[in-house]
Design a protein around this ligand. Structure first.
Ligand SMILES: NC(=O)c1ccc[n+]([C@@H]2O[C@H](COP(=O)([O-])OP(=O)(O)OC[C@H]3O[C@@H](n4cnc5c(N)ncnc54)[C@H](O)[C@@H]3O)[C@@H](O)[C@H]2O)c1
Length: 409
């Protein structure tokens, strides 16, 4: 088998995570080029994957200006920089694996989906949850008919209180105008998953949610604008930047996002000067910290989805069927069969399910490479149409939340 040749666009967290597949499975994937404007990241990446200078580019524009460098491009730039490199990659003849979200506006999502459908290449989106063995198993149970016809699904996405503070209060996804609504940036995975489990398109959506906690008026007395500046409530604050970033045992995400210098001095400098040292009550964030979405699908399945910052744990999904129910929480999946009133644990988390989004990252890459090798889009679980649908569900939920109305899709 010839390994699929890959160009990585954006050698940040996700770019490095996906490129790592080629180290574990060199017979399937070969990283042959990279584009990354940050010279330290670019050089570190080039060293790891033994890339010559002429295969390293400072921007995606430069990489796509060259004669086709690889079979496929994996695009891992930030949210607002997805549509342009994805369009350029399709126009240049690359198969494309794009990080979610497809784009940050409905118009751009539709434009990109139309272009991907028109092209002859494989186009995949990194909806990693579908590829976890946990959700693959749930889908298999539903498709087997064991629990009869599905009537409801209850799904919760715990963002984790410290992850909320890192990404959605202090970090890159904190503002809608710099990224997109949180229901898209964080939860398009969940909406995709729910659409997939329901098996048919969503018809109606309504949503409520706000930013209630991470606001200036909730700053405790004695708090300072930066945690490092002698804040008197810091020792008791669960969102303290000192607790999160000065734990010297931690050297990977999220600490490596705040600085490239991971020494104590380097971290403290970042907390004194950079965005991640700010008090969570003194940031310029505007995305919600909790949101619910109610959905009705074409087959009358109803779904309630809750996203919350005020949690610690894993996604939980409960599927209620006419002949039984399924409960999964990433540790186990339990099925109760109403026909004999017996409950059974049918899946347990394995070691490979504990890394890279429940094992979804590597399974996603495996399937994408398989589809590319066979030049067969049906070998990739998630179609362009399905990806677009989940994004349209997110835009509808956001409009419903803002306008207080039920949306018809
Ligand atoms: N599928 C998932 O579960 C999942 C998880 C986390 C993040 N994401 C998404 O992945 C994307 C990347 O997130 P990340 O955490 O890796 O971000 P990151 O900031 O670590 O990486 C983005 C990289 O793109 C580079 N870049 C900027 N301009 C560029 C250009 N012109 N050409 C090439 N590269 C350029 C940046 O320098 C940076 O290194 C985001 O859209 C994010 O929402 C998806």
């Amino acid at each position: 088998m010839n390994p699929v040749r890959i160009l990585i666009i954006g050698a940040g967290n996700c770019g490095n995570a996906y490129a790592g597949y080629s180290k574990a499975f060199p017979e399937e994937m070969h990283v042959v080029a990279v584009s990354e404007p940050n010279s330290a990241k670019r050089e570190a990446f080039a060293k790891q994957y033994q890339l010559n200078h002429d295969k390293c580019f400072e921007s995606w524009e430069q990489a796509f200006a060259e004669k086709q460098l690889a079979d496929a491009a994996i695009i891992c730039t930030r949210d607002q920089m997805h549509i342009e490199p994805a369009m350029a990659a399709l126009h240049s003849g690359y198969h494309v694996l794009l990080e979610k979200p497809m784009a940050t506006t409905e118009e751009d999502c539709r434009k990109l989906a139309a272009e991907a459908q028109k092209s002859k290449q494989i186009f995949g989106l990194c909806h990693v949850l579908r590829y976890t063995s946990h959700y693959q198993k749930m889908k298999e149970i539903l498709d087997s008919g064991l629990v009869g016809d599905v009537a409801n699904i209850e799904h919760i996405e715990p963002v984790n209180y410290w992850h909320m503070a890192h990404s959605y209060v202090r970090g890159n996804w904190r503002r809608t105008d710099e990224s997109a609504p949180m229901i898209l940036t964080k939860s398009c995975h969940d909406l995709d998953l729910l659409r997939w489990l329901a098996g048919v398109p969503c018809r109606h959506v309504s949503s409520f949610g706000t930013l209630t906690h991470f606001k200036k008026e909730n700053a405790p007395d004695g708090s300072t604008e930066r945690c490092i500046d002698g804040c008197v409530v810091e020792p008791d604050c669960p969102y303290s930047a000192l607790k999160l970033y000065l734990n010297m045992e931690l050297t990977s995400w999220p600490v490596d996002v705040i600085t490239e210098d991971l020494s104590k001095e380097g971290r403290e400098k970042a907390l004194r000067e950079g965005p991640y040292g700010r008090c969570v009550y003194h940031c310029d964030n505007d995305v919600v910290d909790h949101q619910v979405v109610s959905m009705e699908f074409e087959n009358k399945i109803t779904v309630s989805f809750t996203m919350s910052a005020f949690t610690r744990g894993h996604r939980r999904t409960r599927i209620m069927g006419t002949m039984g129910e399924v409960i999964g929480d990433f540790q186990t999946i339990t099925v109760t069969n109403f026909r004999n009133n017996k409950s059974e644990t049918v899946w347990k988390q394995d070691v490979q399910d504990q890394v890279g989004h429940g094992g979804g990252d590597f399974r996603l890459i495996k399937q994408f490479l398989k589809a590319v090798r066979a030049n067969d889009p049906t070998l990739f679980e998630s179609s362009v149409e399905a990806s677009l649908e989940s994004h349209l569900m997110a835009f509808a939920a956001e409009e419903s939340r803002l306008k207080n109305k039920v949306m018809e899709l």
